[in-house]
Write a protein that binds this ligand. Sequence first.
Ligand code: KG4
Ligand code: ZN
Length: 341
Amino acid sequence: MEQLNNSDVLILAIESSCDETAASVVKNGREVLSNVIYTQIALHTKYGGVVPEIASRKHIEKINQVIEQALQDAGVTLQDITAIAVTYGPGLVGALLVGVAEAKAISFAAGIPLVGVHHISGHISANYIEHKELEPPFVCLVASGGHSHLVLVKDYGEYDIIGRTRDDAAGEAFDKVARAIGLGYPGGPKIDQVSKEGNPEAILFPRAKVAENEYDFSFSGLKSAVLNYLNSCQMRGEPVNQADVAASFQKAVVDVLVEHSLHAVKVYGCNKFAIAGGVASNSSLRAAFERECANRGIEFYHPSPVFCTDNAAMIGVAGYYEFQKGVRHGYDLNAVPNLKL
Ligand code: KG4
Ligand code: ZN
C-alpha cells in the first residue's frame, strides 16, 4: 500500500481520446504512482490508420480493467482518490465519450470531484513529471498526430498559442509519408527507425514558410514533394531508396520545427524550451534540439518517450493544477472533439 499523508492530493486520470485506453494515479501533481496504457495500435494497423468506431468499442471493453490496474499498481483504492481527471477534448468524439462517461460514473458513485482536462494541456504537462524543477513560463512545441502548436506556457494551464499548423500536423505528415514509402502505420516510429540507415542530405525536400506568421507550420507541401519524388522515380524506372527518402523527409520536418521553435524562444524571452506529443519522441528531433539548445544556452526539457505519446499520467498532472485552481466539472461535462486550448 502507498503511504499517504492527509494533505496528499491523489488524482485518478483517464485518457481515451484516440487509440490508447489509459489510466494513471498521480500524487501531488508530479509523482506518477501508476501509468497503465492499453494501446490499440495492432488493431488499427491492418486498416492503415485509426478506425474511430473500432477505437470506441475497444475503449469500452478495456477501460474498467485499465482503471482497476492503475489503482492496484499505485497501491491505493478509490477511497484514497481526491479527484478524477479526464480528457474531454480534442479527439475522436466516440472515443472521448467513453472516458468522459466513465469518469462521470465513478465521480458520482464514489462522491469524488470531476475535472475535465484538455488533451494538449496534458501533453505539455508531461514535462513536469521528470523535471521537478520546471515551472512556467516557458515555450513548448507540441507535435502529435493531430496537432502542431508552438505554445507560450504563461502559467500552469494558461497558454498563448504562438504558432500552429496551417494544414497537416507533423505526426500526420510522418504517417502519410510512411504509408507512401511502404512502411505502414504508425509511421512516426518506423520513419525514425529506418532513417538511421539513410542519408538525410540525399534529397532536398522543401522547408515551408508561412508568409503571415513566421511561427506557423505547413507540412502538406512537404508531403506532396515526397509523393512527387516517388512518382518521378517510378516514371523513370529508377529504384527508390526508402531509407534516404525517410531520412531526408525527417530532416526537413526537424529543420522547420527547430528553426521556428528556437526563434520563438528568443523572441518571447524565456530561456526555457520543452517539447511534447508523439513526435517529441523522435530521436533525430531530440538530438537536434539537444544540440541547438546547448549552442544557444537554452534550457531544454523533454519527457521520456512513454510520456510523449498518449498516456493518462500527463492528464493527471494537468488535472492536478486545474483542481488546485478550483476547477470542477458537473455531470453535464461532454466530449468536445474540437476543444480549443
Ligand atoms: O501524441 P500522440 O500519441 O497522439 C495524438 O495526440 O495525436 O501522437 C501520435 C503521433 C503519430 O502521428 C505518430 O506517428 C507520431 O506521433 N510519432 C512519431 C514518433 N513516435 C510517434 N513521430 C516521429 N517519430 C517518432 N519516433
Ligand atoms: Zn495526444
